[in-house]
Write a protein that binds this ligand. Structure first.
Ligand code: L3W
Ligand code: SF4
Length: 440
């Protein structure tokens, strides 16, 4: 049984509301934190080994310690709730069912960082969630946990919720800041990082919803105890949103010591693949991370079991491994067509490219066009090599990671499933049937 830190009370009726959350011990971590100094909180977060839960896995304590503190300049905490990565819906679950966990985490983090005005930037498609968050903010304010002079400490903190307009790129932290400033969400060149020049050029920490929620149990049990859960540099628990060809899609909290096999097949998690079908592949960290075929998913190149953690999933580099990413776990059974799947992703990235950089703007369009041709059975063998060449020219040559995110799925699909691409070239007539996925 996996240890639960974030979702331990998620099943309790009414946990969305302040009264119930408080009865379950809610806001005691905030009370504890407000008696500590900001530096003491920072030390706890560093000791916890918490890594950013949005995709990059950057150490949260290190990011916080980079925050510039020039005299007289306000600082901000911005929570990235623009959860738009295909296959990822864990933050939605947290915000919908446990809004006070996020608000409490934001209070502790804002106090630590010296942010008197903090923001939640939420994707436009989560249209019903801002009301839930705003209600929780009002409740917390009425109870003295937000607003002026919180719990008599002299610390003031307001939290505002800002809705996005539905663009995937606004999940990239600098595009998000541009959008929050009321401009078009175009990513900025980094450096300077937001920790130095962020919202309105002020020092800003941008963190994912789950990262900020995790600050509550860290203060509660201490950073050292949090670090004992998990393994290696994959400390604490991680939320995984599981979907695709599995019996039990949903959001699961894992402690990163379980194997991928256990996660897919055990009844505690995904409950196996419907109709006894075989596993073909999986994308373990949201659509941007490389797809992995079943043989490398269940074990590493060295024959070791593959674990659901940052190190094990990345083991072998991009040639064989993948990334923990945002924890959007997408399972594909033996009937799924990799070419069609890759084409769908290419269409998505092409649509969502902001268009600032030529390799991304043009390359994503070309990849989509070529994949569409191949998928319909109208492609040639040279098209597979052309596709490979285009993705290589995008990777590492763009302003923001959307370029890499568009290139990696194509690279991994060709690397691991070239035979399927060739099958589409050799069997054009079968590509036109509805069941071509079953044929290879
Ligand atoms: C100060 C330095 N700060 C790095 C900060 C930086 C950022 C964080 C990580 O992309 C990935 C991407 C997607 N001084 C710093 C510094 N920082 N060096 O650390 O930075 P970085 O550049 O490694 O990544 P990123 O730009 O945050 C995120 C992948 O996540 N992804 C996610 C997609 C979507 C969602 C979602 O819908 N929830 O997460 C999925 O895998 O491909 O590689 O804060 O400022 N010297
Ligand atoms: Fe825009 Fe793509 Fe360049 Fe990112 S990589 S800035 S999405 S064009």
């Amino acid at each position: 049984m996996s240890k639960k830190l974030l979702l331990k009370d998620a099943h309790i009726e009414g946990i969305r509301y302040f009264e119930t959350y408080r009865k379950q011990g809610g806001y005691t971590a905030a009370e504890k934190a407000l008696k500590m100094t900001p530096d003491e909180i920072l030390e706890e977060v560093k000791a916890s080994g918490l890594r950013g839960r949005g995709g990059a896995g950057f150490p949260t304590g290190m990011k916080w310690s980079f925050l510039a503190k020039p005299e007289g300049v306000p600082r901000h905490l911005v929570v990235n709730a623009d959860e738009s990565e295909p296959g990822t819906f864990k933050d939605r679950y947290l915000m919908e069912f446990l809004p006070h966990l996020l608000i409490e985490g934001m209070l502790i983090s804002s106090y630590c960082l010296g942010s008197n005005v903090s923001y939640i930037y939420i994707r436009g498609e989560y249209s019903w969630i801002p009301d839930i968050l705003e209600e929780a903010i009002e409740e917390a304010k009425a109870a003295g946990f937000l607003g002026k002079n919180i719990l008599g400490t002299g610390f003031d903190c307001e939290i505002y919720v800002q809705r996005g307009g539905g663009a995937y790129i606004c999940g990239e932290e600098t595009a998000l800041l541009e959008s929050l400033e009321g401009k078009r969400g175009n990513p900025r060149l980094k450096p300077p990082f937001p920790a130095v020049k962020g919202l309105w050029e002020r020092p800003t920490v941008v963190n994912n919803v789950e990262s900020i929620a995790a600050v509550v149990p860290i203060i509660d049990i201490t950073g050292a105890e949090y670090a004992k859960i998990g393994v290696g540099r994959s400390t604490g628990t991680k939320l995984i949103s599981a979907c695709g060809n599995i019996n039990k899609p949903g959001v699961y909290e894992i402690d990163m010591t379980i194997t991928v096999e256990e996660f897919i097949y055990s009844d505690e998690y995904c409950g196996g693949i419907p109709n006894g079908k075989k596993l073909k592949a999986c994308i373990p960290g949201g659509s941007s991370v490389p797809i992995v075929p079943a043989n490398l998913l269940l074990k590493t190149v060295n024959g070791e079991p593959r674990y659901m953690n940052y190190e094990s999933l990345a083991d072998g580099g991009f040639a064989t491994g993948t990334m923990m990413g945002s924890g959007g776990f997408i399972v594909l059974d033996e009937d799924q067509c990799i070419v069609e799947h890759t084409m769908t992703l290419a269409r998505f990235y092409n649509h969502e490219s902001c268009g600032q950089c030529t390799p991304c703007r043009e390359g994503t369009g070309w990849m989509y066009k070529i994949l569409k041709k191949l998928e319909k059975g109208e492609g040639k063998m040279e098209d597979i090599d052309l596709l490979w060449d285009i993705q290589r020219k995008i990777e590492g040559n763009t302003i923001c990671p959307l370029g890499d995110a568009a290139a990696w799925p194509v690279a991994a699909a060709i690397r691991h499933f070239r035979d399927e691409f060739e099958w589409h070239v050799k069997n054009p007539e079968l590509c036109l049937t509805q069941n071509y996925g079953l044929a290879h």
